[in-house]
Design a protein around this ligand. Structure first.
Ligand SMILES: O=CCCCC(=O)O
Length: 450
């Protein structure tokens, strides 16, 4: 059974049965059939549908956002922003896919030689609950524009979002089966990956889910893209603009109730600015408006599930036993977890080593730039890092030293349809978004005409 529980009210909002293996096969066959015609549609036809989808999202943003808020407790203003970002990625690929996939002529001894970029076919997307629309649109916009067709295996607690996305595509006129929701639990993913018509799989989720899907895809010799966890550091140097930096760090850690792979989870502060920075940080975190997720001015609300809040509490408690000091918050009440600042954090503690998927900020001091680099790279994850300084020379020195997939200067790590998104080390492989993302699931076909 796939169950949805509103984390704020603790009420059950749905209980759906998984579809059967025969139904999964039927959907995959339907996807393969529509692929044969969809791949031959022009970029103009696809772009026109994608723009209609974008408009539909914008027009229905509040209703769609309410689904997210009900399912995972995300504050409504942030859910609306999520829907608007989905509209943006649809527009971006509607406008850019044709150029991104343009044939590339290469001079050789042939009369003509080139690379063409052709769709692979049915692509399976296994997606998490924390951005239930955005994570899916980040996959579907480039892939449908490339001529692929999509199957979605969404998290069990966001099945209303999954259905709503499928319905949005149907309403604006995408061909039937171009994008289908597979209402299944994780146990059935392997069957789908093995199916002869499924050509590749993309997963956003935990390390454990990534290992399972990557090995199943490997067994079947199918390509996979993995976007896994992160433990991003926010590195603050003493010449930063203090107030603005604190504001950015607060947003980096506490938006989406702290539940994001790219959240700034570890705050590294240079000694000489430490006390002033902490004082301003406490002020700004205390100012965050807590409340009902449907409240238009709420910034912090419940986490998506009580068991996730319990897990976070466990990581925090173990770190405290090892010497970490809670400076603010950290109390849990069912799925609600007070925004928490923790000092004296060392690299031996769970809140430094592991991903914390909730509103806990782990704080460590450093003195020299090379210490900061060591702390940043000391993580097994490599999604992104933010550096705050006004010193251009320092910035240029540091950028090549970080092992992460992204370095943001004086800004939080965020995804943007125009920029590649993805990690290194245990944060996964492959890239989403931009031209890099659309090129992941295409056949880069070499053509040589003598
Ligand atoms: O858990 C990952 C969240 C990614 C959010 C984004 O793409 O902005």
């Amino acid at each position: 059974m796939l169950k949805g529980i509103n984390p704020y009210t603790q009420e059950e909002i749905y209980s759906f049965k998984s579809i059967t293996s025969a139904e999964v096969n039927h959907k995959i066959e339907a996807a393969q059939n529509v692929f044969k015609t969809w791949r031959r549609t022009s970029f103009n036809e696809r772009a026109s549908l994608m723009l209609q989808l974008s408009n539909h999202l914008k027009k229905n943003a509040t209703d769609l956002a309410s689904i997210i808020t009900k399912e995972i407790g995300k504050p409504i203003s942030q859910s609306i922003a999520e829907i608007e970002k989905c509209a943006w990625v649809c527009e971006y690929y509607a406008e850019n896919a044709e150029v991104q996939l343009q044939q590339k002529n290469i001079t050789t001894d042939a009369q003509s030689s080139y690379v063409s970029y052709e769709p692979l076919g049915v692509i399976l997307a296994v997606m998490p609950w924390n951005y239930p629309f955005w994570q899916v649109f980040r996959f579907l916009a480039p892939n449908l524009m490339a001529g692929n067709v999509g199957l979605l295996k969404h998290a069990s607690n966001v099945q209303l979002s999954a259905r709503a996305i499928e319905e949005c595509l149907r309403l604006v006129g995408f061909p039937e089966s171009c994008f289908q929701n597979l209402q299944i639990s994780s146990q059935k993913v392997e069957e789908a990956i093995k199916h002869q018509h499924v050509k590749a799989v993309t997963l956003t989720g935990s390390e454990k889910a990534g290992q399972a899907v990557a090995s199943q895809a490997g067994q079947a010799l199918k390509k996979s893209v993995l976007e896994l966890g992160g433990n991003n550091a926010l590195v603050v140097f003493d010449d930063c603009n203090l107030e603005a930096t604190v504001k950015t760090c607060v947003q980096a850690r506490f938006q989406n109730n702290g539940q994001s792979c790219i959240a700034g989870k570890r705050l590294l502060i240079q000694d000489s600015i430490y006390d002033d920075f902490i004082a301003e940080l406490i002020t700004q975190v205390k100012d965050l408006k807590e409340g009902h997720p449907q409240g238009t001015d709420t910034y912090i609300s419940v986490m998506a599930r009580e068991d996730l809040a319990e897990e976070l509490e466990e990581q925090l408690n173990t770190s405290v036993i090892k010497g970490a000091k809670i400076r603010l918050g950290g109390k849990r009440n069912q799925a609600f977890f007070e925004p928490c600042l923790v000092e004296n954090v060392t690299s031996e503690m769970p809140i430094f080593q592991e991903e914390t998927f909730g509103p806990v900020l782990a704080i460590t001091r450093f003195s020299k730039a090379n210490e900061a680099v060591e702390l940043v790279n000391g993580s097994k994850f490599g999604l992104g890092v933010s550096v705050f300084t006004e010193n251009d020379k320092l910035i240029n020195d540091l950028i090549p030293q970080f092992e992460d997939g992204a370095v943001f200067v004086n800004e939080l790590v965020k995804s943007d349809p125009r920029l590649p998104f993805g990690g290194t080390k245990r944060s996964g492989y492959g890239r989403e978004l931009s031209d890099e993302g659309i090129l992941e699931f295409v056949n880069k076909k070499t053509v040589y005409i003598k």
